[in-house]
Ligand binder design. Sequence first.
Ligand code: AR6
Length: 169
Amino acid sequence: MGNITIKKSDITKENVDVIVNAANTGLNGGGGVDGAIHSSGGSSILKECRAIGGCKTGFAVMTNAGKLLAKKIIHTPGPVWRGGTHGEAELLRNCYMNSFYLAKKNNLKTIAFPAISAGIYAYPISQAAAIALEAGFKNIKDFDEIRYICFSERDYQVYLGIYKKMTKE
Ligand code: AR6
């Protein structure tokens, strides 16, 4: 049984086996955390993404991590928030569950996630964080550490609040 940790940081700096990227379905880079990962990691990541060709929303694929400290990157396109009635919650849950599955299959024991969909894709942070943490509790027995990386103080506080609520219940 590993640890769930919540940290305010830039995910490109994290020293874990695998970091997860909030990608798009074309896997061709973009803004937000995706842009940061590709620009710090270098072009070998995009090269492998291009060879894979794409990934459906809620699914996950793995590439090298280029110059980053992590050994691997899992790319998962989250859903665009469209009011919550278009299957967004299930798709976001799939992003986490499929990322965990892929990490396990490759024997990666420490994993760091950004708040998938909670930036450009506009998923409300508290709902996104609840899905992220719930999936983490379901998978923690198979990892040494599951780390949630929050980019802003506000997101960090939201994650901490939800974590406290979940561990009290
Ligand atoms: N480290 C950790 N978290 C970060 C970082 C970072 N360096 N940079 C941003 N975040 P977003 P999405 C946070 O927009 O909503 C891209 O163009 C950010 O504050 O990166 O899933 C893709 O190509 C937010 O909390 O991803 C897609 O087209 C979280 O990461 C689209 O954006 C996710 O925000 C995906 O949108």
